[in-house]
Design a protein around this ligand. Structure first.
Ligand code: SAM
Ligand code: SF4
Length: 337
């Protein structure tokens, strides 16, 4: 039973939405440069600007005290941050003491060496990002990754008992011919597959208009070939899930562009530099690092109250020829997706 069942002052925004889910980008750095996520040349944060583990723990603790029950570590690539398992172990210690779930989104490149440690720390599920099963295509999409490392990491994670969901950014003309093979592969190994629509965040390496693939279209195509039944699995986020009878697996659709999910939004995002973004698609933010460094725990708590006052109603992403520029200047690796 959760030790903190009803916090004294839950985090509720001005639209009545309860915030129960915190995503923490532990680093903006990454060993890949995926074409839809980063530019080839990226300027990363100076070390002094990055939150220390103690600061992340203090901020996570403040959120847990106010009713956050789920934390996801992301990035950049979370597993490239030095000594990351120290943070995972400390946060894992909060599971059952306010926190229900600690999870991670990873590119899988470092998964083999961390899989058992993650399981030992209390992590039960991981999202692994993988857009193709073809080694050369993988290299081209990530600009530098080796697919063998990721597949090996997935083996290790499954051997450690971690449940895995594969996240695949669906891109027209890039990997749209692999959706069915990826589904057969993932479902055949007992893993879910979630398809993601590309979002216009930051200047990157592909033409977003050409590669944009509306998932509604894809869903309808798949529905003609497979028996899809809607699952009532709500995450408070943009994902919708179906069960695929033929492969006996779960297929997810993350459709920020073509579906409005904002009314049920339950999440906020902390960057590696301590800015709390209130919406993936808007610039509204509160600087929790400064609040904590300058004013301590009381200022941090007050900053959370302020954040609830400014959380926007929703995003207004658009991808079309009349607006080819990114909706936001910041890259996905800043807020962690
Ligand atoms: N490095 C880790 C990874 O790749 O899983 C975690 C961070 S990454 C930013 C989180 C997720 O965001 C990945 O699944 C990635 O495919 C997705 N992503 C990155 N840029 C995106 C974009 N512009 N549109 C949609 N998804 C994006
Ligand atoms: Fe790195 Fe993940 Fe962005 Fe790819 S999607 S560049 S792995 S942060």
């Amino acid at each position: 039973m959760n030790a903190v069942t009803s916090p004294a002052r839950p985090l509720v925004d001005t639209f009545g939405r309860h915030i129960s889910y915190l995503r923490i980008s532990v680093t903006d750095r990454c060993d890949f440069r995926c074409v839809y996520c980063m530019a080839e040349d990226m300027t990363f944060l100076p070390k002094k600007d990055v939150l220390s583990f103690e600061e992340i723990e203090a901020i996570a603790g403040a959120f847990i005290a106010r009713g956050v029950t789920k934390i996801r570590l992301t990035g950049g690539e979370p597993l490239v941050r030095r000594d990351i398992m120290e943070l995972v172990t400390t946060l894992g210690g909060r599971i059952g003491h306010g926190l229900d779930e600690l999870t991670l989104t990873t590119n899988g490149s470092q998964l083999r060496r961390h899989a058992q440690g993650l399981a030992d720390a209390g992590v039960r599920r991981l999202n692994v990002s993988l857009d193709t099963l073809d080694a050369e295509r993988f290299r081209a999409i990530t600009r530098r990754g080796r697919i063998a490392d990721v597949l090996d990491g997935i083996d290790a994670a499954q051997a450690a008992g971690l449940a895995i969901k594969i996240n695949m950014v669906a891109m027209r003309g890039v990997n749209d011919d692999e959706i069915e093979p990826m589904m057969a592969w993932a479902h055949g190994r007992g893993m879910g597959l979630t398809l993601i629509e590309g979002m216009p965040l930051g200047e990157v390496g592909i033409d977003r208009v050409d590669s944009y693939l509306p998932l509604r279209e894809l869903h309808d195509l798949l529905a003609r070939r497979y028996t899809l039944s809607k699952l009532d699995k709500r995450t408070g986020g943009p994902a919708r899930y179906v069960h695929v009878a033929e492969t006996n697996g779960v297929l997810g659709f993350i459709t920020p562009m073509s579906h409005n999910f904002c009314e049920s939004c339950n999440r906020v995002r902390l960057t590696a530099a301590g800015q709390l973004y209130l919406c993936l698609g808007q610039d509204d933010q509160v600087n929790l690092r400064d609040a904590l460094r300058d004013g301590g725990p009381a200022a941090l708590d007050a900053a959370l109250d302020h954040a609830m006052l400014i959380k926007p109603k929703g995003h207004d992403f658009v991808i079309d020829r009349s607006r080819p520029e990114p909706a936001l200047g910041r890259h996905m690796s800043v807020t962690g997706g």
